[in-house]
Design a protein around this ligand. Structure first.
Ligand code: HPA
Ligand code: ZN
Length: 349
Protein backbone atom coordinates (compact mmCIF):
# COMPACT_ATOMS: atom_id res chain seq x y z
CA UNK A 1 0.00 0.00 0.00
CA UNK A 2 1.01 3.55 -0.64
CA UNK A 3 2.84 5.05 2.37
CA UNK A 4 2.22 8.70 1.55
CA UNK A 5 0.96 10.82 4.49
CA UNK A 6 -1.96 11.96 2.33
CA UNK A 7 -2.99 8.39 1.50
CA UNK A 8 -6.10 8.44 3.67
CA UNK A 9 -7.15 11.78 2.15
CA UNK A 10 -6.59 10.49 -1.40
CA UNK A 11 -8.36 7.18 -0.74
CA UNK A 12 -11.45 8.94 0.61
CA UNK A 13 -11.50 11.75 -1.95
CA UNK A 14 -14.71 11.41 -4.01
CA UNK A 15 -13.56 10.42 -7.51
CA UNK A 16 -14.96 10.35 -11.02
CA UNK A 17 -13.49 7.84 -13.45
CA UNK A 18 -13.82 8.75 -17.16
CA UNK A 19 -11.43 6.36 -18.84
CA UNK A 20 -11.78 2.67 -18.17
CA UNK A 21 -12.49 -0.02 -20.75
CA UNK A 22 -14.85 -2.63 -19.27
CA UNK A 23 -13.06 -5.30 -21.30
CA UNK A 24 -9.85 -4.01 -19.71
CA UNK A 25 -11.23 -5.19 -16.35
CA UNK A 26 -11.00 -8.85 -17.39
CA UNK A 27 -8.39 -10.38 -15.08
CA UNK A 28 -6.33 -13.45 -16.08
CA UNK A 29 -8.30 -15.44 -13.45
CA UNK A 30 -11.61 -14.44 -15.02
CA UNK A 31 -10.31 -15.14 -18.54
CA UNK A 32 -9.48 -18.74 -17.58
CA UNK A 33 -12.70 -19.17 -15.58
CA UNK A 34 -14.94 -17.92 -18.41
CA UNK A 35 -12.96 -19.84 -21.06
CA UNK A 36 -13.67 -23.07 -19.13
CA UNK A 37 -17.33 -22.21 -18.49
CA UNK A 38 -18.04 -21.10 -22.06
CA UNK A 39 -15.97 -23.73 -23.88
CA UNK A 40 -13.68 -21.11 -25.45
CA UNK A 41 -10.23 -22.33 -26.49
CA UNK A 42 -7.53 -19.83 -25.60
CA UNK A 43 -4.69 -19.45 -28.15
CA UNK A 44 -2.57 -22.63 -28.06
CA UNK A 45 0.37 -21.19 -30.02
CA UNK A 46 1.27 -18.56 -27.41
CA UNK A 47 2.90 -19.75 -24.16
CA UNK A 48 1.42 -16.70 -22.41
CA UNK A 49 -1.94 -18.50 -22.42
CA UNK A 50 -0.51 -21.65 -20.78
CA UNK A 51 -1.73 -20.61 -17.31
CA UNK A 52 -3.11 -17.74 -15.28
CA UNK A 53 0.38 -17.09 -13.92
CA UNK A 54 2.01 -17.10 -17.37
CA UNK A 55 -0.58 -14.64 -18.65
CA UNK A 56 -0.17 -12.33 -15.64
CA UNK A 57 3.57 -12.52 -16.12
CA UNK A 58 3.28 -11.57 -19.83
CA UNK A 59 1.27 -8.50 -18.81
CA UNK A 60 4.41 -7.24 -17.04
CA UNK A 61 6.14 -6.76 -20.42
CA UNK A 62 3.96 -4.90 -22.90
CA UNK A 63 6.24 -3.44 -25.56
CA UNK A 64 3.77 -0.81 -26.76
CA UNK A 65 0.05 -0.10 -27.31
CA UNK A 66 -0.39 -2.66 -30.12
CA UNK A 67 1.37 -5.41 -28.15
CA UNK A 68 -1.11 -4.79 -25.30
CA UNK A 69 -4.07 -4.59 -27.69
CA UNK A 70 -3.24 -8.06 -29.03
CA UNK A 71 -3.78 -9.58 -25.54
CA UNK A 72 -6.72 -7.30 -24.80
CA UNK A 73 -8.62 -8.43 -27.90
CA UNK A 74 -7.69 -12.12 -27.42
CA UNK A 75 -8.79 -12.02 -23.78
CA UNK A 76 -12.23 -10.61 -24.45
CA UNK A 77 -13.12 -13.63 -26.64
CA UNK A 78 -14.21 -15.46 -23.46
CA UNK A 79 -17.21 -13.13 -23.03
CA UNK A 80 -20.25 -14.86 -24.48
CA UNK A 81 -23.52 -14.39 -22.61
CA UNK A 82 -25.32 -11.28 -21.42
CA UNK A 83 -24.49 -12.25 -17.83
CA UNK A 84 -20.74 -12.46 -18.66
CA UNK A 85 -20.85 -8.81 -19.72
CA UNK A 86 -23.02 -7.83 -16.72
CA UNK A 87 -20.76 -9.63 -14.22
CA UNK A 88 -17.62 -8.06 -15.69
CA UNK A 89 -19.09 -4.57 -15.34
CA UNK A 90 -20.35 -5.34 -11.82
CA UNK A 91 -16.88 -6.57 -10.77
CA UNK A 92 -15.37 -3.29 -11.98
CA UNK A 93 -17.97 -1.09 -10.27
CA UNK A 94 -17.50 -2.84 -6.91
CA UNK A 95 -13.75 -2.29 -7.07
CA UNK A 96 -14.18 1.32 -8.24
CA UNK A 97 -16.63 1.98 -5.42
CA UNK A 98 -14.14 0.68 -2.86
CA UNK A 99 -11.52 3.02 -4.39
CA UNK A 100 -13.75 6.04 -3.75
CA UNK A 101 -15.38 6.37 -7.19
CA UNK A 102 -18.78 8.07 -7.06
CA UNK A 103 -19.27 8.50 -10.81
CA UNK A 104 -17.91 6.30 -13.62
CA UNK A 105 -17.99 6.73 -17.39
CA UNK A 106 -16.98 3.42 -18.94
CA UNK A 107 -15.99 2.38 -22.47
CA UNK A 108 -16.88 -0.77 -24.34
CA UNK A 109 -15.86 -2.13 -27.76
CA UNK A 110 -18.78 -3.82 -29.58
CA UNK A 111 -16.99 -4.43 -32.90
CA UNK A 112 -14.67 -7.21 -31.73
CA UNK A 113 -17.51 -9.01 -29.92
CA UNK A 114 -19.77 -8.65 -32.96
CA UNK A 115 -16.96 -10.10 -35.07
CA UNK A 116 -17.22 -13.23 -32.88
CA UNK A 117 -20.95 -13.47 -33.51
CA UNK A 118 -22.20 -11.80 -30.32
CA UNK A 119 -25.19 -9.58 -31.10
CA UNK A 120 -24.98 -5.85 -30.29
CA UNK A 121 -28.09 -6.23 -28.09
CA UNK A 122 -26.46 -8.89 -25.88
CA UNK A 123 -23.37 -6.74 -25.28
CA UNK A 124 -25.34 -3.58 -24.51
CA UNK A 125 -27.93 -5.38 -22.35
CA UNK A 126 -25.17 -7.02 -20.27
CA UNK A 127 -23.02 -3.95 -19.72
CA UNK A 128 -26.06 -1.80 -19.13
CA UNK A 129 -27.37 -4.25 -16.50
CA UNK A 130 -24.00 -3.96 -14.72
CA UNK A 131 -24.36 -0.16 -14.77
CA UNK A 132 -27.91 -0.29 -13.39
CA UNK A 133 -26.86 -2.62 -10.60
CA UNK A 134 -24.02 -0.25 -9.63
CA UNK A 135 -26.49 2.63 -9.53
CA UNK A 136 -29.05 0.85 -7.40
CA UNK A 137 -26.77 -1.15 -5.08
CA UNK A 138 -23.75 1.16 -4.74
CA UNK A 139 -25.27 4.60 -5.39
CA UNK A 140 -22.84 5.30 -8.21
CA UNK A 141 -23.84 7.29 -11.27
CA UNK A 142 -22.65 5.65 -14.48
CA UNK A 143 -22.32 6.43 -18.18
CA UNK A 144 -21.70 3.94 -20.97
CA UNK A 145 -19.56 5.10 -23.93
CA UNK A 146 -19.40 3.07 -27.13
CA UNK A 147 -15.96 3.01 -28.78
CA UNK A 148 -15.15 2.61 -32.47
CA UNK A 149 -11.94 0.70 -33.15
CA UNK A 150 -9.19 2.22 -35.26
CA UNK A 151 -7.51 -1.05 -36.26
CA UNK A 152 -10.62 -2.33 -38.10
CA UNK A 153 -11.93 -1.10 -41.48
CA UNK A 154 -14.03 2.05 -41.23
CA UNK A 155 -16.93 0.13 -42.85
CA UNK A 156 -17.19 -1.99 -39.71
CA UNK A 157 -17.53 1.19 -37.60
CA UNK A 158 -20.11 2.59 -40.03
CA UNK A 159 -22.22 -0.56 -39.64
CA UNK A 160 -22.00 -0.36 -35.86
CA UNK A 161 -22.94 3.33 -35.96
CA UNK A 162 -26.06 2.46 -37.98
CA UNK A 163 -26.97 -0.30 -35.50
CA UNK A 164 -26.43 2.14 -32.61
CA UNK A 165 -28.66 4.79 -34.24
CA UNK A 166 -31.39 2.24 -35.03
CA UNK A 167 -31.34 0.93 -31.45
CA UNK A 168 -32.37 4.30 -30.01
CA UNK A 169 -29.92 3.61 -27.17
CA UNK A 170 -28.76 7.24 -27.04
CA UNK A 171 -32.28 8.62 -26.77
CA UNK A 172 -33.11 5.96 -24.17
CA UNK A 173 -30.11 6.99 -22.09
CA UNK A 174 -28.58 3.52 -22.30
CA UNK A 175 -25.49 4.78 -24.14
CA UNK A 176 -24.37 8.31 -23.29
CA UNK A 177 -21.64 9.01 -25.80
CA UNK A 178 -19.29 7.77 -28.49
CA UNK A 179 -15.53 7.44 -28.54
CA UNK A 180 -12.73 5.89 -30.51
CA UNK A 181 -9.79 3.77 -29.37
CA UNK A 182 -7.31 1.00 -30.37
CA UNK A 183 -4.16 1.49 -32.51
CA UNK A 184 -3.28 5.14 -32.72
CA UNK A 185 -0.36 5.53 -35.13
CA UNK A 186 -0.99 3.92 -38.52
CA UNK A 187 -4.66 4.25 -39.49
CA UNK A 188 -5.76 7.66 -40.85
CA UNK A 189 -6.06 10.21 -38.07
CA UNK A 190 -9.50 11.29 -39.25
CA UNK A 191 -10.91 7.86 -40.16
CA UNK A 192 -14.17 8.51 -38.27
CA UNK A 193 -14.76 11.96 -39.80
CA UNK A 194 -18.15 11.01 -41.28
CA UNK A 195 -19.44 9.26 -38.18
CA UNK A 196 -18.39 12.18 -35.96
CA UNK A 197 -19.92 14.74 -38.34
CA UNK A 198 -23.22 12.86 -38.26
CA UNK A 199 -23.08 12.40 -34.47
CA UNK A 200 -22.36 16.11 -33.97
CA UNK A 201 -25.48 17.00 -35.95
CA UNK A 202 -27.45 14.80 -33.59
CA UNK A 203 -25.83 16.40 -30.52
CA UNK A 204 -24.31 13.10 -29.42
CA UNK A 205 -21.48 13.49 -26.89
CA UNK A 206 -18.09 12.65 -28.36
CA UNK A 207 -14.68 11.77 -27.02
CA UNK A 208 -11.57 10.23 -28.63
CA UNK A 209 -8.33 8.49 -27.68
CA UNK A 210 -5.56 10.79 -28.96
CA UNK A 211 -2.05 11.86 -28.03
CA UNK A 212 -1.21 8.59 -26.25
CA UNK A 213 1.43 7.18 -28.65
CA UNK A 214 0.59 9.65 -31.39
CA UNK A 215 1.84 13.23 -31.42
CA UNK A 216 -0.23 16.33 -30.68
CA UNK A 217 -1.64 16.46 -34.25
CA UNK A 218 -3.77 13.42 -33.33
CA UNK A 219 -5.32 15.62 -30.64
CA UNK A 220 -5.94 18.57 -32.96
CA UNK A 221 -7.54 16.23 -35.52
CA UNK A 222 -9.83 14.70 -32.87
CA UNK A 223 -10.90 18.20 -31.80
CA UNK A 224 -11.46 19.25 -35.40
CA UNK A 225 -13.76 16.23 -35.80
CA UNK A 226 -15.80 17.25 -32.78
CA UNK A 227 -14.35 15.42 -29.78
CA UNK A 228 -15.41 17.26 -26.61
CA UNK A 229 -12.78 15.63 -24.47
CA UNK A 230 -9.52 13.77 -25.14
CA UNK A 231 -8.67 10.34 -23.76
CA UNK A 232 -4.99 10.25 -22.69
CA UNK A 233 -3.82 13.44 -24.42
CA UNK A 234 -0.40 13.49 -22.72
CA UNK A 235 1.32 14.58 -25.94
CA UNK A 236 -0.62 17.84 -25.81
CA UNK A 237 2.52 19.07 -24.07
CA UNK A 238 4.27 19.16 -27.49
CA UNK A 239 2.11 22.05 -28.74
CA UNK A 240 1.87 25.07 -26.39
CA UNK A 241 -0.65 26.86 -28.64
CA UNK A 242 -2.96 23.86 -28.73
CA UNK A 243 -2.54 23.49 -24.99
CA UNK A 244 -3.73 27.07 -24.52
CA UNK A 245 -6.77 26.37 -26.66
CA UNK A 246 -7.58 23.15 -24.78
CA UNK A 247 -7.39 25.05 -21.47
CA UNK A 248 -9.53 27.94 -22.74
CA UNK A 249 -12.17 25.63 -24.17
CA UNK A 250 -12.40 23.48 -21.03
CA UNK A 251 -11.54 20.33 -22.91
CA UNK A 252 -10.75 17.67 -20.34
CA UNK A 253 -7.99 15.11 -20.75
CA UNK A 254 -8.72 11.70 -19.25
CA UNK A 255 -5.14 10.87 -18.24
CA UNK A 256 -4.09 7.28 -17.36
CA UNK A 257 -0.63 7.51 -15.72
CA UNK A 258 0.09 3.84 -14.98
CA UNK A 259 -1.17 2.80 -18.43
CA UNK A 260 1.27 5.30 -19.98
CA UNK A 261 4.16 3.65 -18.14
CA UNK A 262 3.04 0.07 -18.84
CA UNK A 263 2.67 0.79 -22.56
CA UNK A 264 6.05 2.54 -22.66
CA UNK A 265 4.64 5.93 -23.64
CA UNK A 266 6.67 7.42 -20.76
CA UNK A 267 9.45 6.01 -18.58
CA UNK A 268 7.77 6.84 -15.29
CA UNK A 269 4.69 8.56 -13.85
CA UNK A 270 6.97 11.52 -13.09
CA UNK A 271 7.13 12.08 -16.87
CA UNK A 272 3.34 12.41 -17.19
CA UNK A 273 2.96 16.22 -17.36
CA UNK A 274 0.57 16.51 -14.40
CA UNK A 275 2.09 19.72 -13.00
CA UNK A 276 2.40 21.36 -16.42
CA UNK A 277 -1.29 20.70 -17.06
CA UNK A 278 -2.22 22.07 -13.62
CA UNK A 279 -0.13 25.21 -14.20
CA UNK A 280 -1.59 25.76 -17.67
CA UNK A 281 -5.17 25.32 -16.42
CA UNK A 282 -5.69 22.21 -18.55
CA UNK A 283 -8.40 20.14 -16.91
CA UNK A 284 -7.72 16.45 -16.48
CA UNK A 285 -8.98 13.45 -14.60
CA UNK A 286 -6.89 10.49 -13.44
CA UNK A 287 -7.97 7.06 -14.59
CA UNK A 288 -7.08 3.38 -14.82
CA UNK A 289 -7.68 2.57 -18.55
CA UNK A 290 -7.32 -1.25 -18.39
CA UNK A 291 -6.81 -2.02 -14.69
CA UNK A 292 -6.71 -5.82 -15.00
CA UNK A 293 -3.90 -5.59 -17.57
CA UNK A 294 -1.87 -2.85 -15.92
CA UNK A 295 -2.29 -4.06 -12.32
CA UNK A 296 -3.58 -0.68 -11.16
CA UNK A 297 -7.12 0.49 -10.44
CA UNK A 298 -8.00 4.15 -10.02
CA UNK A 299 -6.71 4.57 -6.46
CA UNK A 300 -3.37 3.02 -7.49
CA UNK A 301 -3.20 5.66 -10.23
CA UNK A 302 -3.97 8.46 -7.75
CA UNK A 303 -1.27 7.10 -5.42
CA UNK A 304 1.26 6.84 -8.26
CA UNK A 305 0.57 10.48 -9.16
CA UNK A 306 1.01 11.50 -5.55
CA UNK A 307 4.30 9.63 -5.20
CA UNK A 308 5.65 11.28 -8.34
CA UNK A 309 4.13 14.76 -8.25
CA UNK A 310 3.34 15.45 -4.58
CA UNK A 311 0.13 17.43 -5.00
CA UNK A 312 -1.26 19.39 -2.06
CA UNK A 313 -4.74 18.91 -0.62
CA UNK A 314 -5.87 22.02 -2.50
CA UNK A 315 -4.38 20.80 -5.77
CA UNK A 316 -6.20 17.47 -5.35
CA UNK A 317 -9.34 19.44 -4.71
CA UNK A 318 -8.93 21.14 -8.10
CA UNK A 319 -8.39 17.78 -9.81
CA UNK A 320 -11.45 16.25 -8.12
CA UNK A 321 -13.69 19.25 -8.82
CA UNK A 322 -12.64 19.49 -12.47
CA UNK A 323 -13.45 15.80 -12.88
CA UNK A 324 -16.96 16.45 -11.59
CA UNK A 325 -17.45 19.60 -13.68
CA UNK A 326 -16.50 17.83 -16.91
CA UNK A 327 -18.53 14.68 -16.25
CA UNK A 328 -21.48 13.96 -18.52
CA UNK A 329 -24.06 14.29 -15.73
CA UNK A 330 -26.83 16.80 -14.85
CA UNK A 331 -26.01 19.86 -12.73
CA UNK A 332 -27.87 18.46 -9.71
CA UNK A 333 -25.60 15.42 -9.63
CA UNK A 334 -22.55 17.67 -10.07
CA UNK A 335 -23.68 19.78 -7.09
CA UNK A 336 -24.08 16.65 -4.98
CA UNK A 337 -20.59 15.39 -5.83
CA UNK A 338 -19.01 18.83 -5.33
CA UNK A 339 -20.56 19.02 -1.87
CA UNK A 340 -19.07 15.64 -0.99
CA UNK A 341 -15.63 16.86 -2.11
CA UNK A 342 -15.95 20.04 -0.03
CA UNK A 343 -16.97 18.04 3.05
CA UNK A 344 -14.05 15.63 2.58
CA UNK A 345 -11.43 18.33 1.93
CA UNK A 346 -12.55 20.29 5.02
CA UNK A 347 -11.30 17.46 7.23
CA UNK A 348 -7.74 17.82 5.89
CA UNK A 349 -7.16 21.58 5.83
N1 HPA B 1 -5.44 3.05 -26.10
C1 HPA B 1 -6.16 2.73 -27.17
N2 HPA B 1 -7.07 1.78 -27.15
C2 HPA B 1 -7.29 1.12 -26.02
C3 HPA B 1 -6.59 1.41 -24.88
C4 HPA B 1 -5.63 2.44 -24.93
O1 HPA B 1 -4.93 2.78 -23.95
N3 HPA B 1 -7.06 0.57 -23.93
C5 HPA B 1 -8.01 -0.19 -24.49
N4 HPA B 1 -8.17 0.14 -25.75
ZN1 ZN C 1 -8.14 3.75 -23.18
Amino acid sequence: MCQHPLHEFIAGLPKCEHHVHLEGCLTPELIFQLAARNGVTLPTDDPAFASIEALADRYERFANLDDFLHYYFEGMAVLQSESDFADLAWNYFQKAHSDGVHHAEVFFDPQVHQGRGIPYETIVAGFSAGCKRAESELGLSTRLILCFLRHLPVESANELYETFLASGDYEKGTIHGLGWSSSEVGPPKDMFREIYASAREKDIRLTAHAGEEGDSTYISTALELGAQRIDHGINLIQDPELMKRVAEQNIMLTVCPVSNVKLQCVKSVAEVPIRKFLEAGVKFSINSDDPAYFGAYILDNYCAVQEAHKLSVLEWRIVAENAVQESWIPNERKAELLERITAHVKNYL
